[in-house]
Structure formats: C-alpha cells, structure tokens
Design a protein. Structure first.
Ligand SMILES: *[C@@H]1O[C@H](CO)[C@@H](O)[C@H](O)[C@H]1NC(C)=O
Ligand SMILES: *[C@@H]1O[C@H](CO)[C@@H](O)[C@H](O)[C@H]1NC(C)=O
Ligand SMILES: *[C@@H]1O[C@H](CO)[C@@H](O)[C@H](O)[C@H]1NC(C)=O
Ligand SMILES: *[C@@H]1O[C@H](CO)[C@@H](O)[C@H](O)[C@H]1NC(C)=O
Ligand SMILES: *[C@@H]1O[C@H](CO)[C@@H](O)[C@H](O)[C@H]1NC(C)=O
Ligand SMILES: *[C@@H]1O[C@H](CO)[C@@H](O)[C@H](O)[C@H]1NC(C)=O
Length: 447
C-alpha cells in the first residue's frame, strides 16, 4: 500500500514536471512597454528599434549613455503588470482624450524636454529592470509612496533611485480603468512633488511583467514577416507590395481574401491584381487591388499622432468592394489600428460573424455583399526596411491562439491527471477484494 502510494506520488511529480516542461517550451515571447522622460534631457534612441522588440542589451546600452556621468535622480514607476495593449484599451486613444486613464502620464510626456518610448522591450524576469538601474546608478532602490516622498529630503549631489510600486487590476475590486487611473494620479502627485522640491529627475514607467502575452507566431526577432510560415509551408505566396518612388510603402498578405456578392465565395488571394491608383504619403495610404474579374478592393489607411502614447497610430479606415458599378463600404467596428510602425494582423477579418468590419452604406443593392479575410496582415506606414512586415499588433488582444492552445492543453492535462488519480484510487480499492472472506483492510487515518 505504502509502495503504491509513493509510486503514485512519483507519477504525480512526473506529471507536474511534464506540465512545467510543456509550458516552458511552449512559452511565448514576452515584452513590456517602457516609457522614459526627463526634466533635463535624454540622449536620442537609435531609431532602428522602432517597431521592433528592444533587446535587453539595447536598453543597457541606452541607460549607460543616459546615466553615464554625474548624479541622477531616477523615479521608477513599476506597475505589477503592463502591456502596450493597456495604452490602446484604456488610453482613450480612439475615443475622447478626456476619457484617457493616462492623463497625467500624457501631460508629463508632452511637457518634458525629452522622452523615449519603447513599445516592446524584451522581458526576461521581473527583477531585470530594477537590478539594471541599480547597477547603472550604483545605489539601492528606495521604496517610496507619494506620502513618504513629501517628507523625504533628496540629496541631489548623489544618485537616487526611488521606486514607486503601482498595482495592476487583476483580482481587484475596481475596474482596470479605475486602477490605471489611480496609478496615473499617483504618478501626477509624485511628479508635482519633485517639481515643488525643484529636483531634476528622470522618470521611468514600466511593468514588472507583461499583462498580456503575444503569441510567438506574430513575433520574430529575425526579419519579421512570413518567414515563419515560409519555413512551415513551401508554397506560401508572397505578400502584395505597392512601391512608390522605388521603395515599398504598402504590404498586404492574406491566406484567403474571400468576397461574396451573390452567395458564392470567390477567393481573390489566388489571383494577381493590378495595383494602379494606389498611393501613399506620410499621412494616408490607399491600396487598390483591381482584379481581372472586375472586382476592386480598396484599403484606405491613415496615420496620426495620438498624444497618450506620444506616437503615431495607423488605422484601417475603410475597406471598399466595387463590382458591376456598385460599391459596398465597410469600416472597422472596434477600430483596426496599430502603432504606425507596426503591421496589423488578424486571424479573421470578416463582415458578418463577430465582425471586425461592418457595412457602412445605404446602397440596398449591396447589402448581401460579404468579406472574409483569413490570416490577414496589412501595413501602410513605416516600412523602412524594405520587404518585411514589422512587428505585428494582433487584433485578438488577450485571447491569442497561443493562449487558447495553452488553456486547452492545460485542461486536457488536468483531465488526464484527474483520470489518472481516479485510476490509482480504483486500484487501491481493488486490493480489498483479494480475499473476500477475510476481514476488510482498515487503513489507518494518517492525515
Ligand atoms: C549629499 O551627498 C554627497 C555625496 O554623497 C555628500 O558628500 C554630502 O554630504 C551629502 N549631503 C547631505 C546634506 O547629506
Ligand atoms: C518594390 O520594391 C522592392 C524593394 O523595396 C523590390 O524588391 C520589389 O521588386 C519592388 N516591386 C516592384 C513591383 O517594383
Ligand atoms: C481558403 O480558400 C481556399 C480556396 O482558395 C479554400 O479551399 C479554403 O477552405 C479557404 N480557407 C478558409 C479558412 O476559408
Ligand atoms: C457570382 O459572382 C461571381 C463574380 O463575383 C461570378 O464569378 C459567379 O459566376 C457568380 N455566381 C453566380 C451563381 O451567379
Ligand atoms: C496625403 O494624401 C491625402 C489623400 O490624397 C491628402 O488628402 C493629404 O493632404 C496628403 N498628405 C500629405 C502630407 O501630402
Ligand atoms: C441598384 O441596382 C439597380 C439595378 O441593377 C439600379 O438600377 C440601381 O441604380 C441600383 N441602385 C444603386 C443605389 O446603385
């Protein structure tokens, strides 16, 4: 009995080990955003990292140049969790600016003499940023909150690292937006206090860990694009590229680009379109795909500055389908947008089921027209490095395919585990019937 129990424990441990191994190998690339602003001035960031993941080495090099000489007072606002999606979801970027949960942060970024935004900083562990700053400044962090800071006298002839911990909304009674708004109030209070004390500072806002995990498929450190798919499928088609004055300015790729005007689906991704009429400039991009069957698809994109993130965002403003002299126009229902130097990726963009695109016209003749794009990726700005898509901003938000796979796998493992446990218990029970005429075995109560 004891033997069977310990062997079942071994099996249990093996199971748990296996589970961990599974999650470790299936882990996704994690990033956190990082914002730096300063009352003095910051060295410029090499622009090559825009739209890509900033590695830890790049950050180390940057902080070395920023904190190279003299004493610095650094405020580290370290939120339990943070992802760039938090800025898009709670930043009010596409709604009312008054609606933003980051008003103080936004004001600080705008009023500071210089600021640097790293939308995707490679994340390895929750202690990395703190130990990096500790090393660069040569001081230990001092944990403060707005109240203790008001009583603190700061010696500006030495370096100071002031750590302000901020909560995130998981498991909180308040809504996410309220928590982030409260954090923003704390940031505003602390910055005002520094101003009142007349202490020059450099502030950093980042997360202890990411609040969302982006699945590996949409992220790659290698030249980004379809290269991952290319490795898996040999017959992957090249993206549609529109060149203007010698360089690529719009790229589009889709597994299926299906349209229906008469209840019959036609997959346009199998045909080669003409791109005549397409254009792009710094604020607008228009991609016109004209097919020999008389069907035309127009993708209109624009980019503009949204102050909350102190950066440009691009939106896919409309998709138009023209056929037989009629036009059906579709617009993004939840906003199809990404940081301007990113690409936008969505596993499914359609106009009828959980629709990302909604019809935007009154033409009765086209109410039956449908769009269904599978594994769709588009980029209309910031294609600086030629023929590859930049880092993809995924429409799926939190529930990326990676997370779904993880969830389903863990449910399956749990089921197997419970089933295994059930079997082991069954086995123990069977021992009783070895000798049906003898007294039943009594198991001493150990727990
Ligand atoms: C401020 O720091 C410097 C350098 O560590 C030190 O020499 C000086 O005495 C400190 N001043 C006060 C008021 O603590
Ligand atoms: C567009 O430009 C890219 C390089 O930027 C080049 O590889 C491609 O062949 C060009 N396509 C056309 C149709 O000119
Ligand atoms: C994509 O289109 C092909 C035909 O071109 C079709 O066989 C396939 O089922 C489509 N895939 C999806 C997911 O709709
Ligand atoms: C539906 O329209 C497409 C073109 O959009 C055409 O090729 C196809 O033959 C039409 N099918 C029917 C059943 O009318
Ligand atoms: C870009 O093109 C759009 C549409 O043609 C035009 O309205 C806009 O003024 C242009 N912007 C610039 C900066 O050229
Ligand atoms: C709808 O179709 C009919 C017949 O094809 C045409 O006469 C009419 O002008 C169309 N309506 C619109 C708004 O295009």
């Amino acid at each position: 009995m004891a033997g069977s129990r310990s062997s079942s424990q071994v099996r249990l441990m093996a199971f748990i080990g296996f589970l961990f191994a599974l999650f470790a190998t299936g882990s996704s690339t994690a990033q956190v955003p990082l914002l730096i602003w300063s009352s003095d001035g910051l060295p410029p960031l090499a622009s090559s990292s825009a739209g890509h993941i900033t590695s830890k080495d790049q950050l180390t090099a940057y902080l070395t140049s920023a904190f190279g000489s003299g004493p610095h007072t650094v405020l580290l606002f370290l939120q339990d969790k943070l992802s760039k999606d938090d800025f898009t979801v709670y930043g009010g970027a596409f709604g009312n600016k008054q609606d933003s949960a980051f008003q103080n942060l936004e004001a600080a970024l705008q009023s500071s003499s210089s600021s640097v935004t790293l939308p995707a900083l490679e994340w390895s562990s929750s202690t990395a940023i703190l130990s990096l700053l500790q090393e660069k400044l040569g001081v230990s962090p001092l944990l403060v909150d707005a109240d203790t800071l008001s009583h603190l006298s700061i010696n500006t002839s030495a370096s100071n690292l002031l750590l302000i911990n901020l909560p995130y909304c998981t498991g909180s009674q308040k809504s996410c937006k309220e928590v982030l708004h409260d954090n923003d109030e704390t940031i505003g209070k602390v910055l005002n206090m520094m101003k009142a004390k007349n202490v020059p500072y450099t502030a950093i806002y980042t997360g202890l860990q990411p609040s969302r995990v982006i699945s590996e498929t949409s992220v790659s450190n290698q030249p980004v694009g379809r290269s991952l798919l290319q490795a898996a499928e040999t017959t992957v088609k090249p993206p549609i590229m529109f060149n203007m004055s010698g360089s690529t300015c719009i790229m589009l790729w889709a597994q299926n680009l299906s349209i229906s005007t008469n209840n019959t689906w036609v997959d346009l991704a199998t045909q080669t379109p003409s791109l005549s009429g397409s254009m792009c400039n710094t604020s607008n991009s228009l991609l016109i795909l004209s097919y020999s069957s008389g069907i035309t698809l127009r993708f209109a994109m624009s980019q503009r500055l949204y102050p909350v993130s102190a950066r440009n965002w691009f939106t896919l403003d409309s998709v138009e389908l023209q056929f037989g002299g009629q036009t059906a126009s579709f617009i993004g229902s939840r906003g199809i947008y990404a940081p301007a130097e990113y690409s936008f990726h969505c596993q499914s963009v359609n106009s009828f089921q959980d629709a990302l695109l909604v019809p935007n016209n009154t033409n009765q003749n086209t109410t039956q027209w449908r769009l269904n794009f599978v594994d769709f990726q588009i980029q209309g700005f910031g294609l600086s490095n030629g023929t590859n898509f930049s880092y993809a901003s995924d429409c799926a938000g939190f529930f990326t395919p990676g997370i779904w796979m993880g969830l389903l796998t863990s449910l399956l493992m749990l089921y197997i585990f419970v089933y295994g446990l059930h079997m082991i218990m069954q086995l123990n029970t069977m021992d009783r019937f070895d000798d049906p005429k003898g007294p039943s075995i009594s198991v001493p109560q150990t727990e």
